[in-house]
Design a protein around this ligand. Structure first.
Ligand code: ADP
Length: 510
């Protein structure tokens, strides 16, 4: 062996060295790979952890979403129920009916085991109007306890809602005990004037816990009840006031009717009295006038001038008295309907011209001007001509009497819708508003200089108005002091009478 060649030794050593080097390189390479694998493993682990976290998050979000969906469904259900209840109770204005509908609606539409609606009556006592799910006889105790609890009432007045999710423990326990439920909403019913009642809903079982949504629904329900009750009470108030007003109007109408009847009776008695007295006076007056005329005519022998003069006065005064009595008789006859208008075909233009002719001397004496404007389309009219004459004579005579010299008297007449409106105007002294309202009263004469000097009866206007009314028309006055007066009156045109219609008798027309 000591003869081994150095070459062999060298080559063996080289070989071993190379092998060792190769092995070393192999080991280094493996360890690098192992390191790489290790780091990949760590990355994988981290990713896996991330995924796990995300999965947990997704599950949690899903749970939250489900819960939110449930709450949303509940709220939607609640709002739907509210809408139904609101529609039901808002279509009546009867308070009793509102609560009866509420009772049914609460049962069918809201998911609460107990429902209670208490309302204040006029004496401010709480009264039960809806009570569902409570044992018999329990309500009076609840009401009594509540009324004693001023703290709770004050909170209600301050618009506070109590619920099992928002109330402090002592309050929650108190309500639990008072109303016998675990979960509840207790809220005031408010109107513009303040609290008018309370609404309570509650559930006993833990599975039916109250949510925020329930609290909102019950609060809205309470405000709808408040609104509806307020409307109903307002309506009731208006309805009652209307009934009271109607009763008052009815009473007043009755009073007025009986007063009118009384006035009519008195007026009738007055007319009858005037008629009787005038009638009785007229006969002796006619005799007095007759005897005076006989004496004046000298049929009983000559009479001295002085006696003649006195007899003349007796005659004049008798004439005045006869005129007065005739006017009185006419007024009472027309008033009582005793005088029948003798309607004949009349031409208004001719009638006015005749009266003008009759009164021209008086007008000339006072230097008064005359103007007339009569609508030529006015047809012949059915009038009692002698009575209608008196209307014009009275009005125009008055105009002459109360118009200073150089004034103007005018008569206008126009046709409108089968009605003729006549105006007799003057530029005279005028009439004050206070006098106008009394001017058609019998015997009323304005206290003025002219009336103090010129005698009159105060019956002319009253008679003229009654004649107009007996023809189916009406009369009124417009006037301004110191400027003049206009008497207006209407007369209906009876169109059935035409010029070719002369065969028609008065009775047939009337
Ligand atoms: P009399 O003329 O007899 O007094 P009337 O009934 O005809 O009675 O008239 C009543 C009163 O109405 C008159 O006294 C007068 O004061 C007032 N009156 C009537 N017509 C006029 C007139 N055209 N202008 C002013 N006052 C008048």
């Amino acid at each position: 062996m000591g003869n081994l060649s150095p070459y062999l030794l060298l080559s063996t050593g080289l070989f071993a060295f190379i092998t060792l080097g190769v092995l070393l390189l192999l080991i280094i390479d493996k360890s690098e790979k192992i390191n790489k694998l290790r780091s990949s493993l760590t990355t994988l682990k981290n990713s896996f952890n991330d995924l796990d976290e995300q999965a947990k998050l997704i599950v949690k979000t899903d749970l939250d979403l489900n819960k939110a969906q449930e709450e949303l469904d509940k709220r939607l259900g609640g709002l739907d129920a509210l809408q139904k209840i609101s529609r039901l109770i808002s279509t009546t204005l009867d308070e009793g009916e509102i609560f009866s509908r509420l009772q049914d609606a609460l049962l069918t539409n809201l998911p609460f085991e107990k429902n209670l609606i208490l309302i204040y009556d006029e004496e401010r006592n709480l009264c039960s109007r809806v009570a569902l799910g409570f044992a018999d006889g329990r309500i009076p105790t609840i009401v009594a306890d509540l009324e004693k609890d001023s703290g709770m009432i004050t909170s209600f007045e301050e618009r506070h809602t109590f619920s099992s999710i928002n109330s402090p423990k002592p309050r929650r326990e108190y309500i639990n005990q008072l109303l016998g439920v675990e979960h509840f909403v207790f809220t005031p019913i408010l109107s513009q004037k303040g609290i008018i009642g309370v609404v309570f809903v509650g559930n006993q079982s833990n599975a039916a816990a109250i949510t925020q949504g329930d609290e909102e629904v019950v609060s809205i329900l309470a405000s709808q009840i408040g609104q509806t009750l307020e409307n109903a009470r307002l309506f009731e108030q208006v309805f009652r006031s209307r009934q009271i007003l109607e009763a008052k109007v009815h009473d007043r109408t009755n009073q007025l009717e009986s007063a009118l009847k009384e006035v009519q009776d008195i007026s009738k008695t007055k007319s009858e009295f005037i008629y009787a007295v005038s009638h009785e006076l007229r006969t002796p007056l006619t005799s007095i006038k007759g005897y005076a005329s006989i004496l004046m005519a000298g049929k009983l022998g000559d009479i001295p001038d002085k006696v003649r003069e006195r007899l003349g006065k007796i005659n004049t005064h008798s004439d005045n008295l006869v005129k007065l009595i005739n006017d009185l008789l006419d007024i009472s006859r027309i008033e009582s309907g005793r005088v029948e208008m003798k309607m004949t075909k009349c031409n208004l233009i001719e009638m006015i011209e005749n009266v003008h002719d009759l009164l021209t001397p008086q007008m000339k004496e006072r230097s008064l001007n005359w103007a007339s404007n009569i609508d030529s389309t006015i047809p012949n009219m059915l009038l009692d001509s002698s009575q209608a004459d008196r209307i014009f004579i009275n009005l125009i005579s008055n105009a002459i009497k109360f118009t200073p010299e150089d004034g103007t008297i005018s008569v206008n007449a126009r046709l409108n819708n089968d009605v003729v409106t006549v105006e007799v105007s003057d530029t005279g002294i005028g009439i004050s508003e206070e006098d106008i309202v009394r001017l058609f009263d019998e015997f009323y004469r304005v206290d003025n200089q002219i009336n103090q000097n010129v005698k009159g009866t105060g019956l002319g206007l009253s008679l003229a108005k009654k004649i107009v009314e007996a023809h189916g028309g009406r009369m009124w006055i417009t006037s301004k002091l110191n400027e003049g007066t206009t008497f207006h009156f209407t007369l209906p045109v009876k169109q059935s009478l035409t010029d070719n219609d002369s065969s028609t008798t008065e009775e047939e027309i009337l």
